[in-house]
Design a protein around this ligand. Sequence first.
Ligand code: RB5
Length: 147
Amino acid sequence: MKVALASDHGGTNLRKEIADLLNELNIEFEDFGCDCGGSVDYPDYALPVAQKVAGGEFDRGILICGTGIGMSIAANKVKGIRCALVHDTFSAKATRGHNDSNMLTMGERVIGAGLAREIATIWLQGEFEGGRHENRINKMSEYELKQ
Ligand code: RB5
């Protein structure tokens, strides 16, 4: 699995924690910043990373901002992206099993590093359950194709 990772200025510290975690889990990844001293705009990081995941260059993407919300909204604008904003371990498992989410966002100002690491680990290791969930995803993909 190859993961694309990025954050805005509001998520830099947590992004570094997640980079450490990916190294510990021996998961290949590329860190797309930000290398920012000051304030940046989250779409400038979310959109290119989402395009790389949608295009198949990366299997999954993880984005961090202050709340996780802006990154999630932006990533979900890209066709083929199912980006889940997650701040609890139950949803981390469920969104892989039910939504086959290919991107994860979290908010550095919302949760601590320990919980974020647990969420990311569960999400990275979670398997899509298929079946009735696949039908639901297909409905969204068909809708996207008509846009
Ligand atoms: C930046 O201040 C903040 O708005 C951003 O990190 C994020 O929380 C947006 O949704």
